[in-house]
Every structure is written in structure tokens, then in C-alpha cells.
Design a binder for this molecule. Structure first.
Ligand code: ATP
Ligand code: MG
Length: 465
């Protein structure tokens, strides 16, 4: 399958299917799931309409509004995985921080492209893996058993060469095949060979140059000057298996057509890239903050052209952001989306609110998702031979504790479950390897015993949970 085909087949899931995939990891939040499912499906639809219309159809960017820890980032992350889309998460607030002054907002497009290139490259590497391994094996056999020029084949000894069998030289192919079998059976794994590999890093001077921030301008100094210098070759003495890997790696570099990779990556970014702008609420407010901070409204203004669609210069070429999907998220506890500058509001036509989570949701989050916490602890401890069983009431008790602590101290949503579980398992986690009784039942009783005291003391729970 060519790279292009992989791209085309990536997201043919229907909205219903997308939601049900998301359901495997995220509990509730139906509204948000629906919205992102539609957005994703719309890109598939857009690919199908006539070319002339395709250019006209802009993505419907989304703002997710909801308190901390209720699944905003998680939804976006899972969505990107489903679709195999290049996905970049950035904190909008980063652009206002000291140290980021001058770091232009456009850098997120460059980062997205960088990510897409790596993504396509590793897919390609998978494709050429077998071929690269084959070539590497031949090269390895050449090293282990140098092909002899004819005069040596006639029977002369060449000193110093690495002879697998000393003395007579049977027909070369037979030896070679024998060697190949040894190699494949791992009989040569302890042998050290000398191989020559290209030093991927350029000279020291180039390193200094490229560290000067030119990267941010979309220029790759190393690429411009890199080819002026001959690629450095380095000889290394390594064991056979590692040598094989190094050779295969080098071969796959040669087999991968970087121009093709770049082209595919660029297309993927432009057609299906997703940028997740987290903490968008942190750039609300016009008062330019103290010191060298970039004013928040300034950041919003900088975002405008990128969200609306503009061309960004990267070292891989110009990238149009017209069809990149932007999903913004924020807690908006002290502000509202309508506090964003009107132009930016208008570019996020879809608003979805996420619900706060309570005990009932926590019970489900603890048990239902594929990566559910109760399962994680169970399997982690199983590696120590400890067998954990949970009573239903125990799970309910954990959920209740999390809900209560969220209520009394700060509501950090589902993240509270992590701290509660960690505290609950503290003793078992520590003792597991030395435990004599390997069967442990987590009962409601046990949960209360471990957590009650902390829950009742507000100060304690503030620090521990
Ligand atoms: N509805 C949910 N279902 C399952 N797990 C959830 C849910 N909400 C949150 N979680 C879990 O809680 C953790 C935090 O969620 P997430 O990162 O999505 O928070 P967020 O809404 O982006 O919060 P913030 O505003 O702080 O960025 C994640 O590890 C996630 O797995
Ligand atoms: Mg988040």
C-alpha cells in the first residue's frame, strides 16, 4: 500500500462509530463526543465533494467548555488516535509566558508538521522494514564472509580477513548459506564485527548554527549546509545483532523517499491536521499583564489568521492552515467564551459543554474504560503474583471518597481518582513482593479503613488526596 492510500482510508468511521470508539475510554460527555465525531466525519465528507466546493468548505472549529479533569483533553487525544491524524496539543497560555515572548504562534503549525513528518516516516519505515532487513543481512554476510575476488577463491589465503572456516574454501554460496543459517539461528550473536555507519550528526559547526533559533524561521540550516560537507563515516565494533539493526536502520533511511514523506506529511497536515488549543480561557482578558508578558489579547489576535486559514512557512514548505481543525478547550471558570475577542469567537462556531463528574460517573470511570484504573492496579500487582479482587461496594466507596474530596477541597474531576487510588494502594504497592498471602480482596471495609481518616480531616485530604 502506498502512503497515499493509507491516508485516504484513514477515517471512514461514521459519527456513531466514532462515538462508540470514544465510549471505550471516556464516560459520559455525550455532547462533546457528538461534536467531535461530526467534525471528524465532515473531513471525510469534504474529501468526497467536488474539488471546487472542497476548497470552500471550512472546518467547524470547536470550543469545549468544562471544569478541569472531566475529559476535554482525553476526548481530543483519543479522537486523533482514531483518525491517525497529525495531532498537536498546545497550551494557549504558553504564548503569554515569559520565555515564550517572541515565540510566534505560527510555531504550532511547524510543530504539527514536524510531528506529521515523523509519523509518516515511521509508517514508511514499517513498510520498508523487511526489505531493509534483507539487505542488511546480505551486508552482514559480506562482512562475516567477505566475497572473495577470484584469485583468493582459487585458494590463496588473505591474512587478516575474518575467516569463518579456516583453510579450504568450499563453493562460496554453500558457505554463505551456511553462514546465513548460523546468523538466523542466533549462533553468531556474541561475535563482534566492525561496521561502518554514517554519522548522522553533522560537524560541530553546523550544530552551533542550527541551535541559534533559525529553526523557528522555518529554515533548516543543517539541510542547507549539511550537504556541503561529506557525510562522516564512523567505524564501530559491535555485536552481530546490533550491527544488523544499525545496517537495517541505514538501509531503511536509503529506501525511504524523503521527498515523498514530506509531501504526504504536508498533505496530511493540511487536510486532516488537528490542533488542540488547551487553556484557551487563559488568554481571555485584555489587561496586558505585568512585565514582559505578551498581552493576552495580543495572543488572540495572533491566533486569528492561523485559525482562519493562512500560509505558514516551514522548513518543509508552505503550509496552508485553512482546513486544519482547531479544538479549543478551557475551564472558563472566571470568564466566558464571549469574553474572547469577537473575531476569535466567530472562528469557533461550535460550543460544547462538558458535565462535571460525580460519584456515579466515577464508578463507571473506575471500571468501564479499557484502561480503567481498577484494572491497571490489578494487572500491575499481578506481575508480583498478587491477585486483587474488588468488591462492588469497594469501588462505590472509592468513587464516593473522590466525590467528597472534590466537593470539600478543590474539584479536579476524574484526576482525583488517581490520588485516591494511589493512597488506597500505597501499602499493597510497597509490600507486594514480600507478601505471603497473595490474594487480596479490596472491600468497602478496607477502603474505609485506609481512607476514612484522611477524608474526615480536611487538611489531611488537601495534602494527601
Ligand atoms: N469522562 C471521563 N471518562 C473517563 N476518564 C476521564 C473522564 N474525564 C477525565 N478522565 C480521566 O481524567 C484524566 C484527566 O482528564 P483530561 O486530561 O481530559 O482533563 P481536562 O478536561 O482536559 O482537564 P484540564 O482542564 O485540567 O486540562 C485523564 O487521565 C482521563 O483519563
Ligand atoms: Mg486538558
Amino acid at each position: 500500500m502506498t502512503v497515499r492510500e493509507t491516508y485516504m482510508t484513514s477515517s471512514s468511521l461514521t459519527p456513531r462509530e466514532i462515538v462508540s470508539e470514544l465510549d471505550k475510554y471516556i464516560i459520559g460527555q455525550e455532547g462533546a463526543k457528538r461534536a467531535v465525531a461530526i467534525a471528524l466525519r465532515n473531513r471525510w465528507r469534504r474529501q468526497k465533494v467536488s474539488e471546487e466546493l472542497r476548497e470552500e468548505i471550512a472546518p467547524k472549529n470547536i470550543i469545549m467548555i468544562g471544569p478541569t479533569g472531566v475529559g476535554k483533553t482525553e476526548i481530543a487525544r483519543r479522537l486523533a488516535k482514531l483518525d491517525n491524524s497529525p495531532f498537536l496539543k498546545v497550551e494557549a497560555s504558553k504564548f503569554t509566558e515569559v520565555g515564550y515572548v517572541g515565540r510566534d504562534v505560527e510555531s504550532m503549525v511547524r510543530d504539527l508538521m514536524e510531528l506529521a513528518v515523523n509519523m509518516v516516516k515511521s509508517e514508511e519505515r514499517e513498510h520498508v522494514k523487511i526489505k531493509a532487513m534483507e539487505i542488511a543481512e546480505e551486508k552482514m554476510l559480506d562482512i562475516l564472509l567477505p566475497r572473495r575476488p577470484s584469485k583468493i577463491a582459487l585458494g590463496e589465503r588473505d591474512e587478516g580477513a575474518d575467516h569463518p572456516e579456516d583453510g579450504v574454501f568450499p563453493a562460496q554460496d554453500v558457505t554463505r548459506e551456511k553462514m546465513r543459517r548460523f546468523l538466523r539461528d542466533g549462533k553468531l550473536d556474541d561475535r563482534i564485527v566492525e561496521i561502518e555507519v554514517t554519522d548522522s550528526k553533522g560537524g560541530p559547526m553546523i550544530e552551533i548554527l542550527s541551535a541559534s533559533g533559525a529553526e523557528d524561521m522555518g529554515v533548516n540550516i543543517k539541510e542547507i549546509f549539511g550537504n556541503l560537507f561529506p557525510k562522516k563515516k564512523k567505524t564501530r565494533n559491535v555485536k552481530v545483532p546490533e550491527a544488523l539493526n544499525l545496517l537495517a536502520e541505514e538501509e531503511s533511511q536509503k529506501l525511504i523517499d524523503m521527498e515523498n514523506v514530506t509531501r504526504t506529511a504536508l498533505e496530511r497536515v493540511e487536510q486532516s491536521g488537528i490542533i488542540f488549543l488547551d487553556e484557551i480561557d487563559k488568554i481571555v482578558g485584555s489587561e496586558s499583564t505585568h512585565g514582559p508578558d505578551v498581552s493576552r489579547e495580543g495572543v488572540q489576535r495572533d491566533l486569528l489568521p492561523i485559525v482562519e486559514g493562512s500560509t505558514v512557512n516551514t522548513k518543509y514548505g508552505m503550509i496552508k492552515t485553512d482546513h486544519v481543525l482547531f479544538i479549543a478547550a478551557g475551564a472558563f471558570s472566571n470568564s466566558r467564551p464571549s469574553d474572547l475577542i469577537p473575531e476569535l469567537q466567530g472562528r469557533f462556531p461550535i460550543r460544547v459543554e462538558l458535565d462535571p463528574l460525580g460519584k456515579e460517573e466515577f464508578i463507571r470511570i473506575l471500571t468501564e474504560p479499557h484502561n480503567a484504573l481498577v484494572r491497571q492496579y490489578k494487572e500491575m500487582l499481578a506481575t508480583e503474583g498478587v491477585e486483587i479482587t474488588y468488591e462492588d461496594e469497594a469501588v462505590a466507596e472509592i468513587a464516593e471518597v473522590a466525590a467528597i474530596v472534590n466537593d470539600r477541597t478543590e474539584n479536579i474531576g476524574a484526576r482525583r481518582l488517581y490520588t485516591v487510588m494511589e493512597t488506597l494502594f500505597d501499602e499493597i504497592s510497597f509490600d507486594a513482593p514480600d507478601m505471603v498471602e497473595k490474594k487480596v480482596t479490596i472491600s468497602a471495609e478496607y477502603v474505609r479503613e485506609k481512607l476514612q481518616e484522611i477524608v474526615e480531616d480536611e487538611d489531611l485530604s488537601r495534602y494527601i488526596l
